[in-house]
Design a binder for this molecule. Structure first.
Ligand code: HEM
Length: 204
């Protein structure tokens, strides 16, 4: 998100609260998830503690996700997650060019932030993919691992639990990569810290 003269109120209180909790739960889940995956020898957190914390953080993240989902359904924030498919790839190309070349030449952003358009094309795609595909899949596969009896018994000779596990690991990995890229791109504001201040005080 780049230069703009007037401060715009873009992040209502509920989005800021959801976001900070979501970031904390995701960090906890990544650290404990890695500790469960690489439990022998123990890395970061002991196995039993990691499992207990991972389960609680997973349930809390799910409840927080429901708040995000309902909030976006019933407030105007949801409109930012709906975008025009026609011409999308050429807009994405302009944004990509800006992030890889334009930004270093101090060129103006191709999609300046306005009250009607809070996200640039790259944010639109990545936020929709993560919030409406990857996080729901991580939650559903997590539920399957917590309650194995709800997963299918067998598909092509392989247990349903194995597929569920693979899906959960894959989505957890995608969230981890998303978070690293997301934080990096958030530094491309007016100053390196301005977007981080926005998600705390609400103003861009
Ligand atoms: C420590 C971790 C994180 C930091 C420092 C961070 C930082 C930020 C910042 C600065 C913004 C505002 C700028 C923008 O809209 O791009 C933002 C918005 C957003 N972040 Fe993060 N983020 C973190 C973790 C996450 C995670 C784990 C997710 C999802 C899994 C996420 C999803 C989002 C979404 C969807 C928005 C837009 C919210 C809205 O306005 O509707 N963030 N984040």
């Amino acid at each position: 998100m780049e230069n703009h003269s007037e401060p715009l109120y873009l992040y209502p209180v509920w989005i800021r609260l959801w976001h900070i909790l979501n970031a904390l739960f995701c960090l906890t889940l990544i650290i404990t998830g890695l500790s469960i995956q690489f439990s022998n020898p123990t890395i970061i957190v002991r196995f039993r503690v990691a499992v207990a914390v991972h389960n609680v953080a997973g349930v809390l993240l799910s409840v927080n996700y429901i708040i995000f989902f309902i909030g976006n359904l019933f407030t105007k924030n949801g409109a930012y997650y709906v975008f025009e498919v026609r011409g999308y790839f050429s807009r994405l190309k302009s944004q990509f060019h800006h992030y890889t070349i334009g930004v270093f030449k101090k060129e103006a952003a191709p999609f300046p932030v306005t009250v009607d358009s809070k996200f640039n094309p790259l944010q639109q795609l990545s936020y929709v993919a993560v919030m409406y595909v990857i996080i729901p899949l991580v939650i559903l596969s997590g539920l399957g691992l917590l309650y194995p009896e709800i997963t299918i018994n067998n598909l092509l000779g392989i247990s349903g639990l194995d597929y569920t596990d693979l899906l959960h690991l894959f989505c957890g990995f995608v969230v981890t990569i998303f978070m690293c890229i997301h934080i990096y791109f958030c530094t491309f504001g007016k100053t390196a810290l301005s977007n981080f201040k926005s998600i705390i005080n609400g103003y861009h």
